[in-house]
Design a binder for this molecule. Sequence first.
Ligand SMILES: [Mg+2]
Length: 129
Amino acid sequence: MEEYKRTVLYVEDNQLNMALMHHIFKKNLPSILLLKAETAELGLSIARETLPDLIILDIGLPGLNGYEALDILQQDEATCHIPVLGTSAFAQVSDIEKARNKGFAAYITKPFQVKLLTETVERLLGGGL
Ligand SMILES: [Mg+2]
């Protein structure tokens, strides 16, 4: 068994983005266990069960969207301390501002820039990886 130092939960409905994130973590962040959920509903339940160190949350999801999921995480005493990195293809300045105002710790637009994504994850985890 590998020993992981941290756990990150990625909530994403797009298979290609999920596969890309898996690859980025394997290559650049191998000491982190990446948990995966295809819907906000499943992600919320995994978050409550595992209390990950960071959640990467897509905005555009079937069912509850990323903003609604963030609200629920922030209202729950068990999960409100977990930083949430928002991701979306919505790249207008107004989208980015909305995400910041909503309480995402950071917001990254797709398609992912690998270096920026890696550095942002490291920063939000507070180093020590
Ligand atoms: Mg999506």
